[in-house]
Design a protein around this ligand. Structure first.
Ligand code: TXA
Ligand code: MG
Length: 317
């Protein structure tokens, strides 16, 4: 029987074959990664890239991340440097994206990288996306599977809620473990973090044996770092101390636990857990029909920096 989620499939050999066929034919597939779900398409195909931008309603000036199985595959398209090698060796596959110079002769479709001479590359860890990447002979352009400016999806059902039946095939890989998007680091010049994530600045500095400049929480340093982003679709206010009595209140800890308007990101103040629950809780609050969200203060350290980046942008809606 068909239900509203009949375009969601569990992963098996047949679905692997079917998704490869779809991707080969320049179709778009909803795919799980360890960070968030993505809309995957052939990065070498103009048709695929156009479909991705259209589905997302994304401005053409905002480039896509190109996903590879490993460094050997990526070396066809990027200029590899020492810093990248070091970080790749320690952190990949994993939740980090590197902006590097595009190699002359790369087959990546120029539309996918907004006609820039750099390209953002990532090596995702989730076993489903890895088995797909291993079995195709092109990389996947894959933005988060949400309409432009919305919250990223962390389950297959979230992807379906965003696009309904406009995507014919969504693979269910469970809830994304990390739950927020990868760290983006620019290595095409002096290294700097363009989008904070679970892999934080200190971890990167230790590997590179080099201090990096801080980016201001609010500054637009990357074409896609729009001020309005990660929006749950209702007003969000941050750094709140007092509940207004009506709004959904997001916080850290267990002080208000069990009250129907309070949503804890992590009962024991674990910032990684908090990050992994953020989008899930945004969507839940919206579904419950709240009209506004208040968020308490989140410590600005480790993964808290990534959480603050996202909620700050969510509050700019
Ligand atoms: O975790 C993730 O990175 C997810 C999963 C699906 O892999 N993908 C994701 O893609 O978050 P997207 O398109 O939602 O975000 C990509 C970010 C944007 O902020 C974009 O501007 C930036 O990466 N970006 C892409 N190419 C760039 C480039 N050449 N230079 C600077 N920033 C770039
Ligand atoms: Mg996104």
């Amino acid at each position: 029987m068909k239900n509203s989620y009949s375009n969601i499939f569990s992963f098996n050999k047949n679905i692997l074959k079917k998704s490869i066929k779809y991707l080969n034919n320049s179709n778009i597939v909803g795919l799980p990664t360890e960070t968030v779900y993505g809309l995957g398409g052939n990065a070498y195909s103009k048709k695929s890239i156009e479909k991705i931008y259209k589905l997302k309603g994304r401005p053409k000036s905002n480039p896509l991340i190109v996903h590879y199985f490993d460094l050997k595959d990526a070396s066809k398209d990027i200029v590899i440097n020492e810093r990248f090698r070091k970080l790749y060796a320690q952190l990949c596959p994993g939740p980090i994206t590197f902006v590097l110079k595009k190699k002359y002769g790369s087959k990546i479709n120029p539309l996918g990288v907004a006609k820039l001479n750099t390209v953002a590359v990532r090596f995702p860890k989730h076993k489903i996306i890895r088995s797909i990447l291993k079995n195709i002979n092109f990389p996947l352009a894959m933005p988060s599977a949400n309409k432009s400016t919305n919250v990223s999806p962390v389950t297959a059902k979230d992807v379906c809620d965003e696009f309904k039946r406009k995507i014919k095939l969504i693979i269910d890989g469970g809830k994304c473990k990390i739950g927020i998007e990868s760290t983006v680091i620019d290595l095409s010049n002096e290294p700097r973090i363009l989008r904070p994530g679970i892999i934080d600045k200190t971890t990167i500095e230790k590997i590179l044996k080099k201090k990096m400049k801080n980016i201001k929480n609010n500054k637009i340093v990357s074409p896609g770092m729009m001020q309005k982003h990660y929006s749950p679709g209702i007003p969000v206010t941050i750094n709140q101390k007092k509940h207004d009595g009506k709004s959904a209140f997001i916080y850290l800890g267990d002080k208000y636990y069990n009250k129907s308007k309070f949503f804890s990101l992590s009962k024991n103040f674990n910032l990684n857990e908090a990050a992994s629950n953020l989008y899930k809780i945004f969507r839940l609050i919206k579904k419950k029909g709240f009209k506004k969200i208040q968020i308490g203060k989140i410590p600005n350290l480790r993964s808290g920096i990534a959480i603050n980046d996202r909620i700050k942008r969510a509050s700019n809606s």
